[in-house]
Write a protein that binds this ligand. Structure first.
Ligand code: FE
Length: 218
């Protein structure tokens, strides 16, 4: 049986030994591994493997592609970090200007923006380290954005005393829509956390069965 080598980290899949990390028993040929099988060392998928001795030109191109993709993500992570630190600076400036309602609202607004940036940053870092994307940060980002919108509209309403009746109705509608979005997102978050918790512990639940199907036939 042919051995296969990971183009990313150099790990060698030896069919004689199998892959104890992923529960693949000895004697399983590489071709029989499920499509979802990934390198136990770096998480690269099956197309990133080549049989030892095979021409590796294509794999080197693929490897270069993955590395340049990672580079872009690292740049994005640095930009997000710098943006987060800058917004914290602006928030401190807002806070130091005085204790007016508008300044405090601006500072709270900035802090919420920092949380959004940090959520995106954690998503990028999760992808770089674990090669997976979670839905949770996007729900949190939506939630914070809606709360920011509510704060902003409330601040405008309290600051603008000469508001016409039409503007007032528009603002109220805006607040109601944002509040509705907040409720929907909280409910979605609750459902998502329940589904995740259930599929992780319950034999026979959809998530569990899916993982079982992915296992190689013994
Ligand atoms: Fe690898």
């Amino acid at each position: 049986m042919k051995k296969y080598k990971c183009s990313v980290c150099g790990y060698i899949y030896d069919p004689e030994k199998g892959d104890p990390v992923n529960g693949v028993p000895p004697g399983t040929p590489f071709e029989n591994l499920p499509r979802s099988w990934a390198c136990p060392r770096c998480g690269a998928l099956k197309p990133m493997f080549h049989s030892i001795g095979e021409h590796i030109f294509t794999h080197n191109i693929l490897r270069g592609f993955y590395q340049s993709e990672d580079f872009v993500y690292y740049v994005i992570a640095v930009v997000l970090f710098v943006a987060g630190v800058s917004i914290i600076g602006v928030a401190v400036m807002h806070f130091l200007r005085g204790f007016s309602i508008i300044n405090i609202l601006n500072a709270v607004n900035d802090v919420l923006l920092v949380i959004i940036v940090m959520e995106i940053l954690s998503t990028v870092l999760m992808y770089l380290t674990e090669r997976r994307i979670s839905l949770t940060p996007f729900l949190i980002i939506g939630l914070i954005s809606s709360i920011r919108r509510i704060l902003m509209v409330s601040a405008l309403m309290s600051a603008n005393e000469s508001m016409t009746e039409l503007q007032f109705h528009h603002s109220i509608l805006d607040l109601l829509v944002s509040a509705g979005i907040v409720l929907v997102l909280i409910f979605s978050y609750y459902l998502l956390s329940r589904v995740t918790a259930t599929s992780e512990r319950c034999i026979g639940c959809p998530g569990y069965e899916k993982r079982e199907e992915d296992r190689p036939e013994l």
